[in-house]
Design a protein around this ligand. Structure first.
Ligand code: MG
Ligand code: ZN
Length: 389
């Protein structure tokens, strides 16, 4: 029962005309042919593995602002024992302190991710010496990848700002908004329309963006109707509503649409998604606020993981910039979906935060490491050239 596979012929010993295996010289030749065949096979296999590799084409980076382990557990309990996050099997921890403080703020936290260096608190897209540094989103854009951000706060707020703007202080919303004009981001979704359209310098950045061929929808429905091209969708004057005040399924829907738009770029894409308000629940010491924002963020994570699973070429990384509130859960009930939350501060804390990864390249996110090393892991995964600092 032999198939006409040339390898079978190559690997089976040469036979004489009587069907007997040839003697010594034949055996030597057989060994040599076998060795060569295996070498060739090995090279083929290695080549395939290295080319198909653990390298993703796209990266989706989800930041739960202020999302420590207890915040995650609040969402798990409120969901009566379910989180999409659990689908990630590669898990690590990130050390969050900033260049000048044991406790980071969200500007220094996001800038560590975006530029690959720890910086001082309040600083946006600049290193600890005050020098502007290119962000992972800008470098991805430079290399021809599509880029996007979806957040539930003003797009000028510290976390999204740190991926595009370069300013010495996070409070400079109008200067940060103007920095968006200097980039070529493909899809930007969130709030903050007032910093673009009602400015002290009287510029109307939305008109300028329209001049740069951006579509400017003002509702989620208008955004979802867009077929292709560049989009800045600012759906609120400042921040979006809390989940408890009717934000609904804005973020999971906006992210699904954004992935569909960005994936039209054949070179790949880098997308940052923020669960912006988990942090605000912590600052307000409001356990219910935390739980509802965490449930929404996890719903978004589910949409992203489904998309990444179907795509097969997308690395998904989910982490936090820091923990907020010194939050803990001394008691709860998984059947009822209820728990008691306690807080030790109205500010951030210095504890490590978990990192969850899914998809090709996820192994790189295991272990315990500095928050700023996540930048290098992204650059490595997408083969992005990082200029020397
Ligand atoms: Mg934030
Ligand atoms: Zn905060």
């Amino acid at each position: 029962m032999s198939f006409s596979n040339p390898l079978n012929k190559l690997l089976s010993p040469p036979q004489d005309h009587n069907g007997l295996v040839c003697s010594v010289s034949g055996r030597k030749r057989t060994r040599w042919i076998k060795a060569t065949a295996w070498l060739l096979l090995g090279q083929l296999w290695c080549g395939t593995v290295m080319a198909a590799g653990p390298r993703p084409k796209n990266i989706i980076f989800l930041i739960g602002d202020g999302m420590g382990v207890a915040q995650i557990w609040a969402g798990y309990t409120a969901n009566k024992g379910m989180l999409n996050l659990e689908r990630c099997k590669h898990i690590g921890f990130s050390k969050t302190y900033s260049a000048d403080d044991y406790i980071t703020d969200s500007a220094a936290g996001a800038t560590a991710f975006s530029i690959g260096q720890k910086t001082n608190n309040h600083v946006i897209g600049q290193d600890a010496t005050g020098k502007s540094q290119p962000t992972i989103l800008e470098l991805a854009d430079k290399q021809g990848l599509a880029t996007g951000m979806v957040v539930t706060c003003s797009v000028t707020h510290a976390t999204p700002a740190s991926f595009i703007a370069h300013q010495p202080h996070r409070k400079m919303d109008e200067a940060i908004a103007a920095d968006f004009l200097a980039t070529d981001i493909d899809v930007l979704v969130g709030g903050g329309r007032q910093y673009f359209a009602q400015r002290e310098d009287k510029r109307n950045l939305l008109t300028e963006l329209a001049g740069n061929k951006y579509q400017i929808p003002t509702t989620l429905e208008q955004f979802e109707a867009i077929k292709d091209g560049k989009v800045v969708a600012l759906v609120a004057d400042k921040h979006l509503a809390k989940m408890s005040e009717g934000r609904g399924d804005f973020e999971p829907r906006a992210v699904r649409k954004t992935m569909d738009l960005l994936s039209k770029n054949k070179k790949g894409f880098f997308l940052m998604v923020e669960g912006s308000q988990i942090d605000w629940g912590g600052h307000e010491n409001d356990a219910d606020y935390i739980a509802k924002e965490m449930q929404d963020f996890d719903k978004t994570i589910g949409v992203v993981l489904d998309w990444a699973k179907a795509d097969g070429n997308t690395l998904v990384v989910i982490t936090a910039d820091h923990e907020t509130g010194g939050f803990s859960i001394p008691s709860g009930d998984l059947q009822q979906g209820t728990f008691v939350g306690k807080f030790t501060t109205k500010d951030h804390t210095g504890v490590m935060v978990p990192v969850f990864a899914y998809g090709p390249g996820a192994e790189a996110f295991m272990g315990i490491y500095e928050n700023n090393t996540i930048f290098g892991k992204f650059a490595e995964a997408l083969s992005i050239k990082v200029p020397t600092k």
